[in-house]
Design a protein around this ligand. Structure first.
Ligand SMILES: Nc1ncnc2c1ncn2[C@@H]1O[C@H](COP(=O)(O)OP(=O)(O)OP(=O)(O)O)[C@@H](O)[C@H]1O
Ligand SMILES: [Mg+2]
Length: 344
């Protein structure tokens, strides 16, 4: 069986986005494999995912529900819970493999180097605890030597940078609007100035106006920190406006990665083509519309390409061999036998 790790070229040509240029890779994810161990067997939710994130870059991860986006996000942070198991791969943050750190080293890396704003974050705030206490808890776990006053100052700066006043610290979560709670979660994510911020559907529960404001805030704090961001979501319109590159997930695999404009203009993978084709306009706020056929079972995945049972361009070879994710032209990665020349 071919895995992406065997075929992905570890150092691509110096790739440049359409608008912004990025130097080194801050995060390099290689052949990440995560399964949920169920009584019926392993559910391969992340099945050999490889991608990189350049310093200062914004990468979107899109894909229909159940494609493995949240499992990927949680696994990068090593926050994935049983019955999930990280079965293999590397998550290199500035060259250091997070998957091989001790629990204690990983605990220190969280928030300080890589932070997650989890899916449904604003509903995960503790309803019984004032916002300030929750932020202090996060700080306490990291800055043991710092005085309380110094920590509170940092918390206030963080709140200010997401557009919240310091008196929010005295509030309970239920006293805040959805947008404000989401800002608290962003403030928590940036408390310790991480290099990488992962935001899992940060605006999905908010109305459109608040959504835009929260995204602007997220973009601004990311710029101020000089951090990179992975934005997980369904909303292609939001992706078009926010990210530099986008990765499309299908059935636990990345099927295409490239600059967001190129992907909209010239999608390569048949799945991406159907996805883009189902959007009325580039700016639309549409969620994914249905694509004919069923999403693949991750318990008993189809042989060969995960998408072949639904693919309008499937060839005989597609039900036999797994197409590796390859860079077929500068900064355009695709996992499809139409392009990789590996047909017999
Ligand atoms: N506890 C679990 N046990 C078994 N399978 C699970 C469990 N949690 C998630 N899965 C499976 O893992 C796959 C990936 O789920 P994940 O939550 O990562 O998807 P997602 O892309 O984030 O979806 P969404 O867009 O709905 O947030 C799904 O097919 C799901 O059924
Ligand atoms: Mg999810």
């Amino acid at each position: 069986m071919v895995t992406e790790a065997q075929t992905i070229r570890s150092e691509s040509r110096s790739a440049t986005g359409p608008d912004r240029t990025f130097a080194n890779r801050v995060l390099d994810v290689r052949d990440l494999r995560v399964s949920y161990q169920t009584p019926r067997g392993p559910v391969r939710a992340v099945n050999g995912v490889s991608f990189f994130l350049r310093a200062g870059e914004r990468l979107g991860l899109v894909g229909e529900s159940g494609s493995g986006k949240t499992t990927t996000a949680l696994s990068l942070m090593r926050l994935i819970q049983p019955p999930a198991v990280i079965e293999g791969g590397q998550v290199l943050l500035d060259g250091k493999d997070l998957l091989s750190l001790s629990e204690e080293e990983m605990r220190r890396a969280r928030f300080a180097e890589i932070a997650l704003i989890p899916q449904g974050a604003m509903n995960s705030l503790n309803p019984m605890m004032k916002v300030g206490e929750q932020l202090r808890d996060t700080m306490r776990a990291h800055l043991d030597g710092e005085s309380g006053a110094r920590r509170d100052l940092r918390i206030q700066e963080s709140l200010e940078s997401v557009g919240l006043r310091p008196d929010v610290m005295q509030a309970y979560p239920h006293e805040l609007s959805g947008g404000m709670k989401q800002r608290v979660c962003i403030a928590m994510g940036i408390l310790l100035s991480p290099k990488v911020i992962i935001a899992d559907e940060p605006t999905s529960a908010l109305d459109v106006v608040v959504q835009r404001q929260v995204m602007e805030t997220l973009g601004r704090v990311q710029n101020d920190l000089g951090a990179s961001i992975i934005l997980v979501g369904h909303d292609m319109g939001l992706m078009a406006q926010f990210v530099d590159r986008v990765g499309v997930m299908y059935g636990g695999k990345l099927v295409e990665v490239g600059p967001v404009r190129d992907i909209f203009k010239d999608p390569l993978h048949p799945y991406t083509q159907l996805l883009i084709g189902s959007l009325p306009t580039l700016q639309s706020k549409e969620m994914f519309k249905g694509i004919p056929g069923l999403t693949p079972s991750l318990l008993t995945p189809p042989p060969g390409c995960m998408f072949h049972p639904r693919c309008p361009k499937a060839m005989a070879h597609c039900s036999v061999a797994i197409p590796p994710l390859e860079e077929i032209k500068p900064d355009r990665w695709v996992a499809c036998h139409l392009y990789n020349g590996s047909q017999p």
